[in-house]
Design a protein around this ligand. Structure first.
Ligand code: DAU
Length: 324
């Protein structure tokens, strides 16, 4: 979300509002105004949102981490479902464009096929179920209220500023701190990884050139099992910092699997590639190298994060798993 803001302010003359709930954002887009205003608020606070003038809503706001939704689903229902409903209500009243940023996880897991925009919604985690619910709310406002809304469903993002609860930053930071790297199950679960700026470009393309009422899948045709990514990161960290590669590989620790762990996500991005016309640009190995270099250069940013509430979360999530 922060990446989208930076991307957008660099390449457009439009202005933005953002609203924050804890660490999540929604952007309210406004033409011909000063460029960016930050409002500290909650997307569940409808009166606050109603009082702001804007031309469009891009809803990036979400509780997004599967493991946290397994520990406690309530915040996911509140932000992802009730929050989206509030934004939809305001969008309906103002008759403004609404872009809902969703996820490929709403389709569930697939062993062989690719998800297209008509694949059934089969969410498996409380997080995915909350996002699928919000997608269905958006659909209902399109059908019932003729809201000019679009939905994007993207695969796994990586890049700078990603919160270290997600796999790639977690592996980088644990490697830098020489801590065990928890690999769920057999490490052969597959995700389709996309560089965050490619995702930003896709959202921008849909926002400006997408058709109201449509869903767009966003993926980079870059499927990879977790263990391969982990080994690639460890090799790169060793190379960049001139460390012993075998010592890095020793950090890999197989732990008890995530409950209901989806085996494979695989996006068919043919629709967005054709219309509005978008393709990812970042090569995966190059993107991973740049991301590692960013985390090495921005210790201050992540040190603050991994010393706060994160410590408690980390111990809850990994303490027992890593002992066994
Ligand atoms: O597919 C898009 C989704 O990608 C987004 O909608 C979610 O918000 C985002 O969190 C992400 O979901 P995943 O569950 O796929 O991402 P995560 O980084 O949590 O995990 C990626 C894979 O790595 C998954 O198979 C679980 C595994 N994993 C993850 C962590 C945090 C491990 O093996 N060990 C770990 O410690």
């Amino acid at each position: 979300m922060t990446r989208w803001l930076n991307y957008y302010l660099n390449c457009s003359k439009s202005a933005l509002y953002s609203l924050q709930i804890n660490r999540y954002f929604v952007y309210l887009w406004i033409l011909n105004h000063h460029r960016y205003t930050f409002i500290k608020g909650d997307i569940c606070d409808r009166e606050l949102i109603k009082g702001i003038e804007f031309d469009a809503i891009l809803n990036f706001a979400a509780e997004s981490h599967v493991d946290r939704s397994i520990l406690d689903a309530q915040p996911f229902l509140q932000t992802n479902i009730i929050g989206t409903y509030n934004l939809l209500e305001v969008a309906r009243q103002k008759q403004c464009v609404f872009l809902h940023v969703s996820t490929d996880e709403v389709y569930g897991s697939t062993e062989e096929d690719f998800f297209n925009e008509n694949s059934p919604l089969m969410p498996n985690s409380p997080y995915a179920a909350s996002k699928a619910s919000s997608d269905l709310m958006v659909r209902s406002y399109i059908e019932t209220h003729r809201l000019k809304a679009m939905i994007t469903r993207c695969s796994n993002n990586y890049g700078p500023y990603q919160f270290p609860e997600k796999l790639i930053p977690l592996v980088i930071l644990n490697a830098l701190n020489k801590k065990p790297i928890p690999v769920y199950g057999d490490g052969m679960n597959v995700r389709d990884w996309i560089y965050v700026i490619d995702h930003c470009r896709a959202v921008d393309a849909v926002f400006h050139k997408g058709a109201p009422g449509e869903v767009y899948n966003i993926g980079a045709r870059n499927e990879m099992p977790n263990i391969e990514i982990i080994k690639l990161i460890l090799r790169k960290v060793a190379e960049i910092l001139n460390l012993d590669e075998a010592g890095m590989m020793d950090l890999i620790t197989f732990v008890e699997d995530r409950k209901g762990h989806d085996r494979r996500y695989a996006i068919d991005p043919a629709k967005i590639e054709q219309q509005p016309g978008w393709k990812p640009e970042m090569d995966f190995e190059e993107g991973i190298t740049q991301t590692i270099e960013w985390y090495i250069a921005n210790k201050q940013w992540w040190e603050r994060i991994i010393s706060g509430e994160y410590v408690q979360y980390y111990n809850n999530q990994y303490g027992k798993r890593l002992e066994n």
